[in-house]
Ligand binder design. Structure first.
Ligand code: DGY
Length: 316
């Protein structure tokens, strides 16, 4: 479909992959909020019908209000906890995200972090590189196969993690707001009880106010000195100060973390430790998946401008 560029203005207000930016620029009128002067922003804002952001963007009611003719916020990401979806709804602005296409990659990294933390793969590399193998002999690490896995949040990603865990003969239990229809695993409504019953706790819930700080000192204490925490959800879900305290005191065995409270800052206390593996919020960052996410963002925007139903709307 050919679009009338003059009538289809998109404002990019966050990092998006270059291939998606090129496609948007070719097809629509594209501006970049981050490089515009305040005067240019003010002049162009009334033309903007679509705001393109990413899963880490903070889109407040005030920011939405800066675009009086805004119709759609297209999020390059599955998480939309930074977007005030209720405010968008009140202003008649739709929101889309990119669910589904990144599920497997996020579950892969969750499992990768679980293995890397329990089996101390990163530390083992340092051990070899330091020349300790010859001096110290073997490294001893924590067994994964057959272990007890707690999954906090049995949505698409939680279920994909469970499928991987089944291949490791793990005993799986989960929490969610309610038991998930048809889910064969043991449901425990309380997160601290789940942690107490787990060797590994993987956090797969959405970010936002409902889950803020839910992995707190009580949950970490329940996980215990043999327990490993993995977080591929949002940094805000874990009380980071409590996590640092637990790691420093050895009251949990370790943590594999892809997300942090104040990204890209990672507390120094979580770095350089044998039992903590950190990655830079990269769970969905494979070439194939980032392309699929970009295609979905593009398809949502194109559907909107074509007056067709949105592919993946977020419910207000
Ligand atoms: C997502 O899709 O929400 C990822 O966390 C990237 O922001």
């Amino acid at each position: 479909m050919i679009f009338d560029k003059a009538k289809c203005t998109v404002m990019k207000a966050a990092y998006l992959p270059p291939a998606l930016v090129a496609r948007l620029d070719e097809t629509f009128t594209l501006h970049d909020w981050d490089v515009l002067s305040p005067a240019e922003r003010e002049r162009l804002a009334p033309e903007v019908r679509v705001l393109a952001v990413n899963g880490e963007s903070v889109v407040t009611d005030d920011f939405i209000a800066a675009f009086p003719n805004l119709e759609l916020i297209a999020d390059f990401g599955v998480g939309y906890d930074g977007i005030d979806v209720a405010a968008a709804g009140r202003r008649g602005v739709a929101v889309t995200n990119t669910p589904g296409v990144l599920t497997d990659d996020v579950a892969d990294l969750a499992f990768g972090l679980l293995l890397a933390t329990a089996r101390q793969i990163v530390d083992a590399q340092r051990f070899v590189e330091r020349g300790d193998w010859a001096k110290a002999g073997y490294m001893w690490t924590k067994k994964v196969s057959g272990g007890r896995l707690g999954i906090a949040g049995m949505g698409r990603i939680g279920q994909a993690v469970a499928r991987r865990a089944a291949g490791f003969d793990m005993e799986i239990a989960y929490t969610d707001q309610q038991p998930v229809d048809g889910c064969p695993y043991c449901y425990l409504p309380d997160l601290a009880s789940l942690a107490a019953a787990s060797d590994f706790l993987i956090v797969c819930v959405n970010g936002g106010d409902k889950t803020r700080g839910m992995v707190n000192a009580t949950v970490l204490e329940a996980l215990g000195s043999d327990g490993v925490l993995v977080n591929i959800a949002r940094g805000t879900v874990v009380d980071e100060a409590a996590l640092v305290a637990a790691i420093e005191a050895g009251t949990i065995a370790g943590a594999g973390l892809d997300v942090f409270e104040h990204e890209p800052a990672v507390p120094a206390a979580l770095q350089g430790r044998p039992n903590v593996v950190v990655t830079p919020h990269m769970a969905s960052a494979t070439h194939a998946t980032r392309k699929a996410m970009g295609d979905l963002v593009f398809d949502n925007i194109a559907a909107h401008f074509a007056g067709e139903p949105l592919k993946t709307p977020v419910k207000p």
